[in-house]
Ligand binder design. Sequence first.
Ligand code: F6P
Length: 545
Amino acid sequence: MNKHTAWQRLEQLSREQASAHLRDLLQAPNRFEQFSFRQDELLLDLSRQRLTTETLQQLLQLAEHSELEAWIAALFKGDPVNHTENRAALHTALRLPAEATLLLDGEDLVPQVQADLQRMHDLVDQLHQGQWRGFSGEAIDTLVNVGVGGSDLGPMMVCRALEGFQPAEARHITTHFISSMDGSQISGLLDQLDPARTLFVVSSKSFSTADTLANAATALDWLNRASGLPTELLTKRHFIAVTANATRAEAWGIPAVNQLHFRDWVGGRYSLWSTIGLAIAVRIGMSGFRALLAGAHAMDRHFRQAPFAANLPVLLALTEVWNINFLDIHAHAILPYDGRLAHLPAYLEQLEMESNGKSVDRQGQPIAHHTCPVLWGEIGPNAQHAFYQLLHQGSEAVMCDFIVPARRYSDQGDALQSQHRLTIANCLAQARVLALGDAAVDQSNATPWQRYQGNQPSTLILLDELTPKSLGALIALYEHKVFVQSVIWDINPFDQWGVELGKQVANSLLDAIGAPVHSGQFDAATEGILDQLHRQLNAEDDTQC
Ligand code: F6P
């Protein structure tokens, strides 16, 4: 057998099982034992997926014949798996223990990573101990992370998720995240901050992202106007750069002593484990940050070592490949039943869609099948009152991920614990109704509008508890799932050429905003709207005169 025949066999299976309904599959008494898999504090329940033992066996064959084992080895070894940019994707090196060794081009990366972490540690200590002082000599008590995409979503998601793990020494520091290019976040926030006690962390791998540089310039202007002090002093006291491009950060005005670095073999959307995680470390302390890394590292080891039939990232990836490529499901909802994971859907939107939203394979050939589905999400209980109508009765097949901790509020009283039980009950109820449809209860008298078809597949991820360690493992599970899918689809998940053209075109349009339009400059639609803008912006200017 080869990959092609494994794929064909799966196509045939999907035809044979076209009429299979989860209602029937869930009749099997050992269904849960057969399709749920545990790794440390994380349980992956695939029992509500439209899988049979035969399908799973065949999917595992597909993985074997896609040379997944060799690809996993190449990823961890530091081979240039990101071939279009000729570099490694070594986010896993950021989570290696200090005593490990990893050679890349003859150089051991681990001491570099540990040195970067140590610089971050020193900075975190300074902030926690009130030793970093602003222009008036007062201690910094407000940190504003200025970044976008991977330089924002990961740190923001983790900070929110682990708020409860803040050590006493971190409690006097508040953390904010600014990302939007249009200035609406920063303009609203600055009014509430004290410039003398605010530190801006400009997080940007490239240090050339227009959104981030525009927000950083507004922050500097605000400090200039508030203090009347020269820029050099302000950048020294009130700015830190976290970047892989020290030269650009320095050219912007942030001196080398105020810079934390990471390497270009860390992809932006895989960078929360690097010094980009500064805001996380300030929020939960370095020991919390190291526990997050340890959780991810435990998942890395599992991914490298576990047989595919018991390997959580592999099983999750293959299940979704089955849904996408053989059951024709192209929408994926992420539904955490825990408000602390509010930003997880946005984080996964970037991780999955920026990584695998591709339609050209590694050889540059068009791909004949579907790749990454459209992914979105919301805190599950809130989404129940918003878009679940479509999940239950709409015309689209959607696969769902339910994520919920088993234990919460252990020492915070009965009222909150009963809220948690209510939440779990709702999570299980939704998974059950999506799978079984009407069959979940007696619906014999239901009108057509009250009927539920069911058969919507879902995955349930049960964490023992949400902790830095279990969150690290959960994120790494998704990272590796994305990698496995990229191998099956034969695409490079580590580049993002699809976001470049828009940036270039925006640059070419900037000078045209508000200027008279010359015909033939752009397309008809763009010229039409530029003309409207020219009239409106100039009418505004006239009024101001
Ligand atoms: O434009 C997309 C992107 O390059 C993402 O991949 C990245 O996470 C984000 O922009 C921010 O990039 P940077 O960290 O270089 O500012």
